[in-house]
Design a protein around this ligand. Structure first.
Ligand SMILES: [Zn+2]
Length: 295
């Protein structure tokens, strides 16, 4: 009997030693995308929430878009783990593949983080909340629980924070649009553009706070990036202001306060999310997890 209680005691010690590891398990990934947020903006922008994320995590300001440096082509690549040559969304506003997708999943779309997660963990809570209605064509509607197109970034942020607190999604993509709109209307790099960047940073702060309030911060990875930057009043071409996007990640398993030196392409975002959520990726994906950021 004495031996047995000794055994129980050691079992308890071993379990409690491993408990922190288990409690650090990643259960949620929240991807925040800011349309038109060029990496160049970091030089002058007042973005305290994003800078705090960089300090608490790993980051690069040299991640690259696929070409063209346009919205749909890049938003698709970000969740589909491959470029336009494979998924077929080749323009700024593609609503369906402009050429046949190389592979189709069970939803008749190119395989995405959404379909992989739904298949691997059918009970997952999955959401997409977006300002630009073009996002609505870039994911399998039947694979998600929450699909909401909201008007303006304030509304998007409100819907997203309510959803995070209420449903604690396993994967959520939040699309913010203010920065791109101002870039097109007034111009990239203008005081108005930086004002939009600062508003966006405030929304990100609100979303981060809602993750804390939901009580899931310990098990949530947050990833911030953009579809493209811009120059003058547009984007789509090959200047670095258009093609270099921020890539910032924090949470369990993520190395803190580290600038990433290795190459990141926007389709690596999908591969990284799949790695974090332990999803097996299809052969057609060419994205690679950003291992440099991971413990
Ligand atoms: Zn865009």
């Amino acid at each position: 009997m004495k031996k047995f209680s000794k055994f129980l005691f050691f079992l308890f010690l071993i379990c409690s030693a491993y408990l922190p590891v288990f409690s650090q398990k990643i259960k949620h990934v929240i991807l925040i995308g800011s349309d038109g947020f060029g990496a160049y903006a970091f030089q002058n922008a007042k973005v305290p929430n994003l800078r705090a994320m960089m300090k608490e995590g790993s980051w690069s300001l040299q991640a690259r878009t696929v070409l063209p440096s346009s919205s749909a082509a890049n938003w698709a690549s970000m969740v589909m783990g491959a470029g336009p040559e494979l998924h077929g969304y080749t323009t700024w506003g593609s609503k369906k593949p402009d050429m046949p997708a190389r592979v189709l999943d069970e939803y008749g779309m190119f395989p995405s983080v959404y379909s992989l997660l739904r298949k691997a963990k059918p009970d997952s809570e999955i959401g997409v909340i977006y300002e630009w209605d073009g996002i609505g064509y870039l994911f399998p509607k039947a694979a998600v629980n929450k699909d909401q197109n909201a008007d303006g970034d304030i509304a998007v942020t409100k819907v997203a924070t309510d959803y995070i607190k209420e449903k604690k999604p396993n994967f959520l993509f939040v699309h913010l649009h203010d920065v791109d709109s101002v870039g097109h209307k007034i111009g990239h790099g203008t005081p108005e553009y930086y004002a939009a960047i600062e508003r966006t940073d405030t929304h990100i702060g609100t979303i981060l706070k809602s993750i804390e309030d939901a009580g899931i911060a310990e098990s949530t990875v947050v990833l911030f990036t953009a579809d493209h930057g811009g120059i003058d009043k547009g984007h789509g071409l090959i200047t670095m202001n258009e093609m270099q996007i921020p890539w910032i990640i924090k949470g369990p398993r993520i190395i803190k306060n580290q600038e990433l030196s290795q190459s990141i392409m926007t389709f690596d975002t999908a591969a990284t999310i799949a790695d974090l959520l332990k999803l097996k990726t299809p052969q057609v994906w060419i994205g690679r997890p950003v291992k440099e950021a991971l413990k």
